[in-house]
Every structure is written in structure tokens, then in C-alpha cells.
Design a binder for this molecule. Structure first.
Ligand code: BEZ
Ligand code: FE
Length: 292
């Protein structure tokens, strides 16, 4: 036994005793991570001084969080989301030059194989909701158009559910699609005005939100992943600034730069131009990609 492995556990020396026991860890990153986690965790326990009952309650919460996970549901990611950790990890990993569009959380409802459509296609397949046109450009940080950019978009239907949450009820690939820019970098497609919706809240994370006096809602948004050769992939949303939950997103995903302007178009000639037979909503939003 080596000296650093020895040591009787005391309340005062708890961090040194545990990290000393890990001193032979070969992977330096694992060693660093475990050292920091041990230090912070012991610090929290020393500050909180949980009773045995409280500690068991915490263990049971994590147990239930694990039991709630399956192929479609990742309750631990949801926990990370409502603690702000998903957004923090995302912020650390997507620092960009000024002027480039900002990232936000991916969320659990992206589908990798959505159909690719020509510009102008209506991705709403269930005829619910208020018509909307989304248009804009994909630019580099110098303002030049980015050609052949892939725009992967998805949103909920007017009931506040993604197609994958209502298999059999909504058409497959409802309100999702892939578009590719031409030489001018512009894009446009039709969808429906987004609305707020709750994150899945029928599990331990939803219960925790309730105990914390927090609502489970995300303000109305559309998801985008924009990729192009030579550019940092952008995973983001655009948000309706007039949504009642815009300042209290359950997962902290809102950034000021991602607020879009939703305008109502009532001119029948413009409706006819885009193929709608009544008023519609319009969003114009440019995405700026950072070079790698
Ligand atoms: C979403 O926007 O799809 C989402 C993000 C985080 C948690 C749940 C849903
Ligand atoms: Fe979403």
C-alpha cells in the first residue's frame, strides 16, 4: 500500500483521503474530473449537512430519474436542462466570434433523417395552426452568402407536441424538414406559428420543478441545425419575443440574439404570392456561421 492510499476517513480530511485513494488514476482527465467533483460534492454535503433521510430521498430521486429513461426518454438530460447545466456546457463548447449566431440546447426531439425539400415547401402536414412563412439568409461573419448550407428545422404542432411524441396521431415528419441554400444563401419555407409547450413533466424532473415553484414551459420557438462545409455547425432556435414564457424558459435556452420578429401579413396579394388563402405570420431571420 502506498502512502497516499492510506488515511483514516475524518470529516475534516474527507476530500484529501478520497482524492488520495484515486492517485493512481492513469487517465489524467478522469483524475482531474474526479478530484474536482469530489471536492465540490464534499463541500456541498458539508454545507448542507443532510440528514440520513434527506440523503436517501436524494438517492431515490436519482433512482427514479434512471428508471424513467428509455429509448425515447432521457430524464437525466432533462435534469441537466432544468439545472442550467446543458446550457452551460453548450456555452463553453460554442464560443464564437462576435457577429456569429449563438447556439442553444439541442433538445430531445431532433430526428436525423428528416426529408429534404425544395425551398418554399410547407412542412406542416396536419393542417393545424396559423400559417407562417420563415425566410432569411445564411451568411458568413463578413456578410457573404453561404451556398449549399444545410438547414435542418423542426417545431411542435399547434397542440404543442413534436411528431415523435405523438406517433400514429401526427403524420411522420410533421413540421420538420431539411433545406439547402443556393448561391445567394437565402432560404424560405412554410410552417405554423409556434406556441409554448411543456417539457415532458410526468416524471421526477417535473415533480422537482413543481416543488421548486417553477413551471415546465418553453417559450414558442423553432429549432434549427445549420451546417456548411468550412463552418462551425450551428444548433439553435429562434423565439417569439411576445411569448408569455420568454423570460422564464424552463431550460434557460433563450438568448437575446435569438429573438425573432413575428409580423402578421394581411395583404391578400402577398398571401396569394406564397400560396396561402388568408393572413399569415412572417419571420425573417438571418443566421451567421463562424468559419472553422
Ligand atoms: C426542446 O426544445 O425540444 C426541448 C429542449 C429541452 C428539453 C425538452 C425539450
Ligand atoms: Fe423545442
Amino acid at each position: 500500500m502506498e502512502a497516499h492510499e492510506k488515511g483514516f476517513f475524518t470529516e475534516a480530511d474527507s476530500v484529501e483521503v478520497v482524492t488520495g485513494r484515486n492517485a493512481n488514476t492513469e487517465d489524467p482527465r478522469l483524475k482531474e474530473v474526479m478530484e474536482v467533483i469530489t471536492r465540490k460534492l464534499h463541500e456541498a454535503v458539508k454545507e448542507i449537512e443532510p440528514t440520513q433521510e434527506e440523503w436517501f430521498k436524494a438517492i431515490m430521486f436519482l433512482t427514479e430519474t434512471g428508471h424513467k429513461c428509455d429509448a425515447w426518454r432521457q430524464e437525466f438530460i432533462l435534469l441537466s436542462d432544468i439545472l442550467g447545466v446543458s446550457m452551460l456546457v453548450d456555452a463553453i463548447n460554442s464560443r464564437r466570434p462576435s457577429g456569429a449566431s449563438e447556439n442553444t440546447v439541442l433538445g430531445p426531439f431532433h430526428v436525423p433523417d428528416a426529408p429534404e425539400y425544395p425551398m418554399g415547401t410547407n412542412i406542416c402536414l396536419d393542417q393545424k395552426g396559423e400559417d407562417m412563412v420563415v425566410r432569411g439568409r445564411i451568411l458568413d461573419t463578413e456578410g457573404n452568402p453561404v451556398a449549399n448550407a444545410k438547414i435542418d428545422v423542426w417545431q411542435t404542432n399547434d397542440d404543442g407536441f413534436y411528431d415523435v411524441q405523438q406517433k400514429g396521431l401526427q403524420p411522420d415528419f410533421n413540421l420538420r424538414g431539411v433545406f439547402r441554400t443556393g448561391a445567394d444563401g437565402s432560404y424560405w419555407f412554410k410552417g405554423v406559428k409556434p406556441r409554448f409547450y411543456p417539457i415532458p413533466d410526468d416524471g421526477p424532473v417535473g415533480q422537482l420543478l413543481g416543488h421548486l415553484g417553477r413551471h415546465p414551459n418553453r417559450p414558442a420557438h423553432l429549432h434549427f441545425i445549420v451546417t456548411a462545409e468550412g463552418f462551425d455547425p450551428l444548433t439553435t432556435h429562434i423565439f417569439d419575443p411576445d411569448d408569455p414564457y420568454i423570460n422564464t424558459d424552463a431550460v434557460f435556452g433563450v438568448k437575446e440574439s435569438l429573438l425573432a420578429d413575428l409580423r402578421q401579413v394581411t395583404d391578400p396579394a402577398r398571401s396569394a404570392q406564397v400560396g396561402f388563402d388568408g393572413p399569415y405570420w412572417e419571420i425573417e431571420f438571418d443566421f451567421v456561421l463562424a468559419q472553422v
